[in-house]
Design a protein around this ligand. Structure first.
Ligand code: 5AD
Ligand code: FES
Length: 356
């Protein structure tokens, strides 16, 4: 009887629930064949390119209270900051000098940053760097807000769904947050014409093979261009303090499965992977990831954007991070590229991910 990895490699998008569940369950197994297959698919569509995205964490104020997150509203120990428009533009200028052609503006859901303020920042970036992509990651908004950001020049949007299982979503988020609204946001973004990124944490409290299966099925329905995953990492000032962090091995297996199911997706080797293990990002690249998101935020605020404990890259200047990442990418067997890097076009028959 063929083992589940070879069955999955044969069936890929047609894999049924039982097969995916057997891969998502925790038994020890050797993932070498899975990683090699994921790497071959990634090289087929993207060669050895790893795309760089300059990340600007511009506010750690947040009105939400997600139980897992260190910058949740209820964390009175968090020291809050906001960058000014000039500071944001200075980060972008430095990023441009370092060769980055995508800027990711990420922040908590901070009411100070009204639609008008966000549009101002987006248009300033869009005008100043017409050869760059502006990506937003500012949470749940109305369709009208998303449209206004798009009209101002934003073309990509990152919003992880976190979990596609209703009961699990409730375990991770207090009212009034809802999976229904999160999904509404993602489909609105897609309809407006954004390249959409979604994803989830690996090993969040309450996650099971069944909830992960729901995540895979949801992603197959949404067909995002970008898929961000990374291990859940505990933070002491949250209700989940003390819950075990996510597992590296399972995380890598999930990256490989995502690459095989979504051949042309842009999948980052996230900071969370680099935090669970010193070579975690390199391992994620070798399991199928093809994006890294070096931090461009001013060093003085880096430690404050503390979603989880022991986050890496909080002391280094942007230029140091650039050099460090380039060496890591090369050591893993790939090449850092500075192109804008949209999702590769894949014939519809071969791939469920739409290209923008
Ligand atoms: N561990 C790992 N990832 C986290 N995120 C938030 N808190 C944590 C944590 N404790 C992730 C969420 C969010 C993204 C910006 O960071 O998935 O969408
Ligand atoms: Fe930031 Fe290594 S990537 S210091």
């Amino acid at each position: 009887m063929p083992d589940s990895v070879s069955e999955f490699l044969r069936l890929r998008q047609d894999a049924d629930d039982a097969l995916l569940l057997s891969l998502l369950a925790d038994e020890p197994r050797d993932d070498t064949a899975l990683f090699a297959a994921a790497d071959a698919v990634r090289r087929h569509w993207y060669g050895d390119a790893v795309y760089l995205r300059g990340l600007i964490e511009f506010t750690n104020y947040c009105k939400n209270d997600c139980y897992y997150c260190g910058i949740r509203h209820g964390n009175r120990n968090a020291q809050r900051y906001r960058l000014t428009t000039d500071e944001i533009l200075a980060c972008a200028a430095e990023g441009y000098r370092l060769g980055y052609r995508t800027f990711v503006l990420q922040g908590g859901e901070d009411p100070y940053f009204t639609d008008e303020r966000i549009c101002e920042i987006v248009s300033a970036l869009h005008r100043g760097y017409p050869d760059c992509a502006v990506t937003l990651s500012v949470g749940e908004k109305t369709r009208e807000s998303y449209q206004a950001f798009f009209d101002a020049g934003a073309r990509r949007y990152l919003l992880r769904h976190e979990t596609a299982d209703e009961a699990h979503y409730r375990q991770l988020h207090p009212d009034p947050m809802s999976l229904e609204n999160r999904k509404r946001c993602l489909f609105d973004l897609r309809e407006i014409g954004y390249q959409v990124g979604s994803g989830f944490m690996i090993g969040s409290p309450g996650q099971t093979p069944e909830t992960l299966l729901a995540d895979f099925r949801f992603l197959q329905e949404l067909r995002p261009q970008m898929i961000g995953v990374g291990p859940y990492l505990t933070h002491p000032d949250t209700p989940f303090a003390g819950q075990p962090s996510g597992d590296l091995k399972r995380g890598l297996r999930i990256v490989a499965m995502l690459r095989l199911l979504f051949p042309n997706a842009l999948i980052p080797a996230t900071t969370a992977f680099g935090t669970v293990a010193p070579n975690g990002r390199e391992l994620a690249l070798r399991a199928g990831a093809n994006v890294v998101m070096p931090n461009l935020s001013p060093v003085r605020v880096r430690k404050l954007y503390s979603l989880y404990e022991n986050k890496i890259c909080t002391g280094e200047e942007a230029a140091e991070c650039r050099g460090c990442l380039e060496r890591r990418i090369e050591a893993a067997g790939y090449r850092a590229v500075t192109a804008v890097g949209d999702a590769a076009a894949v014939p519809a028959a071969e791939c469920p991910v739409t290209t923008a």
